[in-house]
Design a protein around this ligand. Structure first.
Ligand SMILES: Cc1ncc(COP(=O)(O)O)c(C=O)c1O
Length: 434
């Protein structure tokens, strides 16, 4: 079955790094025959565009970059330098942010699972902590009793009915989200009441994140309005931030031919509500956005060498030194934008060939039904827009993880080495015998 046809090579985007064969061969010598390419200028551009879109409309604005989307340290460090907060959802990510050098006050600790020690650590360090479930309040109570002279600030992740009459707007078609404290069944109000019993607690923020299928501007209007109204009704004076989560569209390669809202569209919708809702506040609350995909998806490409072009019955398969795991771990069937970097030009055209990977799984297709110039042994294929939820999901399955090469001001340099057996099956983790 054909998922979708792709015209290949697809060179319609103007802001790509176009590499010639000689450069690719050089990079192969240094980093291996498949690697990720991280475009640092594009990362800075994304940060600036998102930040300016919101900050120009609402000055008290901060970006909390969603670590789980892609936590390559070099990238996170650059975002820290640019001014982003780190949004983390586990202790491992929290410790990584510290290791990268993020100041603890600039870490937002979200996520459904936190231990008593995680909560203590976040509060001790003065990080922004958003409670997701009622069990966390027991830990807060203990901490407050132990530290009864300290003002303990925290936020609450709120869950409310986002869908209304419109059903299944969440990703994967879910009707309700499982995260946060539900307003409709009173859990949110109960959490507020319990925390208000503690003399030294300040509820400083409200947080919501919904992963929706269509990432509509209207969804963000709704989230902002709901959080603002809840804050006014239940929090009042102590409110320091409204965190509307992530999930917005980033800039997509033109070849994907999708009409999506711009950063300015989201910013206009959200900031006009913030300005209207908090116009009477002496101290306006901060607005926090937690972009993941929109910050990093278009910042990475994945390059892999063509090893073979073979025919099985009447179908053509281009075998490369990469896997679907490297570029789309969810194995969706849409073809990504691609570039073909040929050893020698003007070779034959073909229709409906497939690009397949090194694993032994039948479903390891990096692209289906491609039309255009047929790659040949020794060429390279570069897949675009692979920065989100790839590297973090890329298990060392069958082959080692590839290198990550950054490009900045025309310079290419490694920011992750190609894995070796030593890291693949680390002897610090595994026992080879008793
Ligand atoms: C709490 C939270 N914030 C931010 C994000 C980032 O979302 P996206 O990568 O769609 O921007 C997620 C993703 O699931 C999330 O759970």
């Amino acid at each position: 079955m054909r998922a979708q046809t792709t015209k290949f090579p697809d060179m319609s985007d103007t802001d790509r790094y176009l590499l010639d064969y000689q450069k690719m061969a050089e990079l192969e010598k240094q980093f291996g025959s498949s690697f990720y390419l991280l475009n640092m200028q594009k990362l800075r551009n994304n940060y600036k565009k998102i930040n300016e879109a919101f900050k120009s409309r609402y000055d008290h604005f901060n970006i909390g970059y969603s670590y789980k989307t892609n936590y390559v340290p070099y990238l996170c460090k650059e975002l820290d330098r640019l001014g982003a907060y780190a949004e983390v959802v586990s202790r491992l990510e929290y410790d990584l942010a510290l290791r990268i050098g993020v100041r603890p006050e600039k870490i937002i600790f979200n996520g459904p699972v936190k231990t008593e020690e995680d909560i203590e650590t976040a509060l001790e360090h003065g990080s922004l902590l958003n409670i997701d479930s009622l069990y966390e309040i027991d830990y807060i109570k203990k901490y407050c009793l132990k530290n009864n002279h300290k003002l303990v600030k925290l936020g609450l992740r709120v869950n409310f009915d986002l869908c209304g009459a419109e059903k299944n707007i969440l990703q994967e078609g879910y009707e309700i989200s499982r995260f946060g404290l539900c307003v409709e069944n009173g859990n949110f109000q109960y959490a507020v009441a319990e925390l208000n019993k503690l003399a030294n607690v300040q509820i400083a923020g409200l947080h919501a994140h919904f992963s929706t299928r269509e990432r509509k501007v209207e969804t963000y209007q709704l989230i902002t309005k709901k959080l603002s109204r809840l804050a006014k009704e239940y929090i009042g004076e102590g409110l320091e931030y409204i965190d509307i989560g992530g999930g917005i569209f980033g800039e997509l390669p033109a070849s994907m031919q999708l009409q999506t809202p711009s950063f300015a569209d989201y910013a206009e919708a959200v900031c006009s509500i913030m300005n209207a809702e908090f116009c009477d506040n002496e101290q306006k609350p901060y607005l926090i956005l937690e972009p993941g995909i929109s910050m990093v998806a278009n910042v990475f490409s994945f390059a892999a060498k063509v090893l073979e072009v073979k025919k099985v019955q009447n179908q053509l398969f281009v075998l490369i030194d990469g896997s679907v795991h490297n570029i789309k771990p969810t194995m969706h069937k849409r073809n990504l934008p691609m570039q073909l970097i040929q050893q020698s030009p003007n070779r034959k055209e073909a229709t409906g060939y497939h690009i397949v990977g090194y694993t032994c799984m039948e479903k390891d297709y990096l692209a289906h039904g491609v039309d255009g110039e047929l790659p040949a042994r020794g060429d390279y294929i570069m897949f675009e827009n692979v920065g989100a939820y790839t590297i973090v999901f890329n298990p060392p399955f069958i082959k080692e993880r590839p290198a990550i090469v950054a490009v900045d001001s025309g310079q290419f340099f490694g920011v992750r080495k190609k894995e070796t057996l030593k890291e693949f099956v680390s002897e610090e983790l595994y026992y080879f015998q008793r």
